[in-house]
Design a protein around this ligand. Structure first.
Ligand code: ADP
Length: 753
């Protein structure tokens, strides 16, 4: 339409060339004509409407797709007279069309009607009214206004009729007609929308009412159910043996619960609380102990091989309990490496006495609330582990095993050890307070037993209240017997096998113990026996095997290649490498210490993750060697002109403790004097500056580990001679144990002259 500006994208090749020609030859003037059929791409002059417009190119932008975006300002209506050429673009002669008015009076009335109609409803008629309103305000003529409005008419309107009409009266009439049509369509649309909305409103209302009805029904049903439950709780509270004070609290809580709708969140919290109170064992809800000590002792014997001293201590402990008819005032604590039977002893004690057995692991507990529970004001509050255990026990006198008490940690959330103290202290534990419970709870009839891997890590005040019973590593012989007497029969039963269906030869069993496991206890051994059982069951079901015998030869078919090579050959004698004996919470172990030196300024380098005590031992050892250099044939300048490097391999394991003193000294002397060390000798002992060898701990564990790794002789501090009783006989038979009083003796034995 004339009197407008508009943008359009242009891509067809002839059109693009026409654009270029208009720019270069016709001062940006161009004719725009309408195709009769817009689907047709390949057009001739006959495909074009005769009336079009003359326009000026105002802006031409090239788009990434190579089309042009062009803005035109349309100035005139034109009528094409004839075409001069049609290739590559059309060139034609034209005349400008002059707008007329058939009747100025009619024009005025029509104009007034158009303005009225338009101003009432313009947003329905046109796409952007602002520019039109501006044109009206500027006092545009009927000619201009009709073009401006027609250009922007909404809907599916034939606009060519406006373009080709030269009488402005007709154009205004068309506008009024199109307005009317548009209004009818809009009304129709509104009506349809209204109807749709009405039907949606209706169904929404029904949905809402139905939901409401459901909620009411639920409420009525739940109330009946809740009433029933309240009655049941009331009965349980009255029958329960809880102290009168606690009972009163439970009653109060129950009446609050009864008057709270169970749609409310608090209702659930109250319910859980009341449930906890009535489910806890109270008063004399106790099991009756087996007081026949002989029977108890036999039961322990039948379940646990060896451990004579341990079992004896347990029986004594229980004897006191029977005599006094109350729990002894100390708590048993089994200390030892993993898999030596600490937990299972606890279970056996419970079984032998006929008490319930409860186990809670304290490993990693750092929050006091885990022991003592959370206050009920917290969302998801729960009682602590002790009360949870009692809920499980259902009797007031279970055997309660607190596992890994040495692995408790403390942080800003409080000190769990302090809470444990209250649990374990017989003076206090008849009034144990749990934050969740809010009422005191009597733990005095519970038999607490604790376990730990290392004694040092148990907080001192707790340790004071405990009777420590140490369990140590098993020797091969003990493991062998445990395997045949306990592990194998149990695994056979668990796998539904009879002892004629699976036999493990003794040689094979030793092979498993020596070359497939390296542990203080028997857990891995147990697992491997279970693996053999599993594979046997599979063979029986798939291959119809009648019976399986495991020999040393066919063992690898079941367990794969051996994982360790214990008791095989020791390395050759070397300079600067000495085997020490260590004692960790996982049992005894051997530890090679390496020393070397190189040009330097008399420095000392220590690597291998050593603790402070071990670093000091290294300093002391070096000072000792320096002061006795001459005796071992080490020239003094070897210290000054070199740096000495001490390395203890297996960097991931933190190592500490003074008992590596002799080993460090021997390694330094060997390295600096260039004399090799006997690789079949292991040693342990603290050394003073004067060279005196001081006693160490864990002799039994260390000697077992020494034998396990193929050492033939071990050097131990003279003062440890008294501990030789603890060393199992079969170890003493195979291992030469030499007590030494000072480092000089150690070097005499270890260094090869
Ligand atoms: P811990 O608590 O010391 O880590 P467990 O009590 O869990 O060890 O024992 C691991 C397994 O070894 C258990 O199946 C247990 O029955 C068995 N076991 C350990 N020592 C003996 C033993 N002396 N006699 C019989 N079975 C034992």
């Amino acid at each position: 339409m004339p009197n407008n500006e508009f943008r359009i994208e242009i891509g067809r090749e002839p059109s693009v060339q026409a654009l270029d020609a208009a720019e270069s030859m016709y001062s940006n003037n161009i004719l725009l004509l309408i195709q009769k059929n817009s689907q047709n791409d390949d057009i001739t002059e006959n495909d074009l409407q005769p009336i079009g417009v003359l326009a000026k190119i105002i802006l031409k932008l090239r788009l990434p797709n190579n089309n042009y975006k062009v803005k035109f300002k349309v100035t005139d209506r034109i009528n094409v007279l004839n075409y001069e050429s049609v290739n590559p673009y059309f060139v034609c002669n034209y005349e400008k069309c002059i707008t007329l008015s058939s009747s100025p009076e009619r024009e005025a009335i029509l104009m007034k009607n158009v303005m009225e109609s338009f101003s009432k409803n313009y947003n329905n008629f046109v796409s952007s009214a602002d520019e039109i309103l501006q044109t009206i305000r500027n006092g545009a003529s009927a000619d201009v206004l009709s073009d401006v409005i027609a250009f922007r008419l909404r809907g599916d309107v034939d606009k060519y009729k406006y373009l080709s009409e030269l009488d402005v009266c007709n154009r205004l009439k068309y506008l009024l007609e199109d307005f009317e049509l548009n209004k009818e369509l809009t009304d129709l649309e509104d009506k349809i929308n209204q109807e749709v909305k009405k039907s949606i409103d209706q169904s929404q209302k029904e949905y809402y009412l139905r939901e409401k009805m459901k909620a009411i029904q639920n409420e009525l049903g739940d109330k009946a159910r809740q009433d029933e439950e309240v009655e049941e709780f009331r009965k349980k509270i009255e029958e329960s043996q809880m102290p009168e004070r606690t009972k009163e609290k439970a009653r109060q809580e129950l009446s609050r619960y009864a008057s709270t709708s169970n749609q409310m969140a608090e209702s659930g919290i109250m319910r859980t609380y009341i449930e906890t109170l009535v489910n806890l064992p109270w008063g004399n809800q106790a099991s009756v102990d087996n007081n026949d000590l002989k029977d108890v002792s036999m039961k322990l014997d039948s379940r646990h091989y060896g451990l004579e001293k341990v079992k004896e201590r347990i029986v004594e402990y229980l004897a006191v309990k029977i005599m006094t008819n109350c729990n002894p005032h100390t708590i048993l604590c089994f200390v030892g490496p993993p898999g030596v039977g600490k937990t299972s002893l606890g279970k056996s004690i419970a079984d032998a006495l006929g008490r319930k057995f409860i186990k809670q692991s304290l490993g990693g507990v750092r929050d006091e609330a885990e022991i003592r529970g959370h206050r009920r004001t917290y969302i998801g509050a729960m009682p602590g582990r002790i009360i949870k255990g009692m809920l499980e026990a259902k009797t007031v006198n279970p055997v309660f095993l607190l596992d890994e008490i040495d692995k408790m940690a403390s942080d800003y959330r409080g000190d769990p050890a302090a809470a444990m103290l209250e649990v374990l202290d017989p003076e206090q534990n008849n009034n144990f307070s749990d934050n969740y419970l809010e009422e005191p709870y009597d733990l005095s009839q519970v038999m607490f037993i604790t376990t730990a891997n290392s004694l040092e890590d148990i907080p001192a005040p707790l340790r004071d209240r405990m009777e420590i019973i140490e369990l140590s590593s098993y020797t091969e012989f003990e493991k062998f017997n445990i395997a045949y007497k306990h592990l194998l029969p149990r695994e056979l039963t668990d796998h539904g096998l009879s002892d004629s269906q699976l036999k493990i030869e003794e040689e094979a069993m030793y092979e498993i113990i020596r070359n497939y496991t390296r542990e203080a206890g028997v857990r891995e051994l147990n697992r491997l026996i279970a693996t053999i059982c599993r594979k046997t069951v599979k063979d029986i079901l798939i291959n119809k095997t009648e019976s399986t015998v495991i020999t040393k030869e066919n063992l690898a078919n079941y367990l794969g290649k051996p994982r360790f090579f214990n008791n095989v050959s020791r390395p050759e004698n070397q300079v600067g490498i000495v085997t020490g004996l260590a004692y960790t919470q996982f049992g005894g172990d051997t530890l090679d210490i390496e020393v070397t030196y190189y040009k330097g300024k008399g420095g000392l380098v220590l690597t291998g993750k050593l603790g402070d005590v071990m670093k000091e031992s290294a300093q002391t050892a070096l000072s000792y060697v320096k002061s006795h250099a001459a005796e071992y044939g080490i020239p003094m300048d070897r210290f000054n002109e070199n740096d000495i490097h001490i390395h203890v391999p297996e960097g991931a394991v933190p190592k500490d403790g003074p008992s590596a003193g002799v080993t460090l000294t021997t390694a330094i002397v060997s390295a600096l004097s260039g004399k090799p060390v006997d690789s079949h000798i292991g040693m342990t002992g603290e050394v003073t500056l004067r060279g005196q060898v001081l006693p160490i701990g864990g002799l039994r564990e260390k000697s077992i580990a020494a034998l396990r790794s193929g050492l033939k002789t071990i050097l131990i501090p003279k003062d440890n001679e008294r501990d030789l009783d603890d060393v199992p006989d079969e170890v003493k038979k195979l291992l030469k144990i030499i007590p030494v009083a000072n480092v000089g003796e150690v070097l005499d034995y270890a260094i090869i002259k």
